[in-house]
Design a protein around this ligand. Structure first.
Ligand SMILES: [Zn+2]
Length: 271
């Protein structure tokens, strides 16, 4: 490392896992990060993703708020745990802000420091949850030799609170990123589908139905059930259409996105 007084060698205090990741690699960049507990180094290495598997099976994943993720196989990853933690942090934040507004200058400074630390804790918890969910989804795709289909943009429909909205947007984005890179690393194709209609269409008969909170009901074929599961089924169907062009005949093609490894699904026409 180049310091003010010249270059210095600093040994890395890392475990076998990190050592293996670095073995035989040429780092392309490194960033030194100062944390409360010491200095950390982020080392960037480039690795070639394996060839993606060929499959016509697709697992659809619907990202939501009440349930963070629901798959077309009926697997549900509840958001209740993260909501509890988030509510707890929100309460602490309110208390600290109230205290800061009444306190002396040093109290205010102390509160500001605490607030900053809280937001770091909340983000780390979010990351940990998203790593767990994405790992489990990709593992399932490996076991069943399936591709994974996700919505291109997640509909944030259940809240109008702006702060919560941006938090959710970030959480969705992060979960999507984690699924994508874990899948690419495992040779699992990831397909992004247009979100239009995935939540309003009945996965059984493709008619537009009613969504009432977590419940979807179709007046055409009578199917009723979990709205996110219905969405995940539609996402899986849309994703499958990419792998069998012209298959179900319910789709029209739109321009494929130019992200290596990612394919874009046709837009669902409905009806
Ligand atoms: Zn129906």
């Amino acid at each position: 490392m180049t310091l003010l007084h010249g270059r210095e060698r600093i040994p890395l205090d890392i475990g076998n896992y990190q050592r293996n990741l670095l073995k035989g690699q040429k780092p392309t960049a490194a960033t030194l990060v100062k944390m409360r507990s010491g200095y950390y180094i982020d080392i960037q290495v480039k690795s070639e993703a394996p060839d993606t598997i060929e499959t016509d099976k697709v697992i659809g994943v619907d990202l939501g708020i009440t349930d963070l993720a629901v798959t077309s196989e009926g697997e549900t990853y509840s958001g209740s745990e993260i909501k509890t933690v988030r509510d707890h942090f929100a309460q602490l934040r309110t208390d600290l802000q109230r205290k800061a507004s009444k306190g002396t200058r040093s109290t205010r400074r102390r509160c500001r420091q605490l607030l900053k630390r809280l937001s770091g804790k909340e983000q780390r918890f979010q990351r940990w949850v998203n790593h767990g969910i994405s790992k489990s989804i990709v593992q399932r795709a490996i076991e069943t030799e399936s591709a994974i289909a996700l919505e291109d943009l997640s509909g944030i429909r259940q809240t109008s609170n702006r702060r919560i909205k941006s938090l959710h947007k970030w959480a969705f984005y992060q979960l999507k990123e984690y699924v994508s890179y874990k899948a690419l690393g495992a040779g699992i194709p990831v397909i992004l589908v247009e979100p239009a209609y995935t939540s309003k269409t009945c996965h059984q008969c493709h008619h537009i139905g009613d969504r009432n909170g977590k419940v979807f009901s179709c007046h055409s074929c009578g199917w009723g059930g979990d709205a996110d599961y219905n969405g995940a089924k539609n996402i899986a169907d849309l994703g499958a259409a990419v792998n069998q062009p012209g298959g179900p005949g319910l789709f029209c093609l739109i321009e494929a996105e130019k992200i290596p490894g990612l394919q874009k699904a046709p837009l669902f026409r409905g009806g």
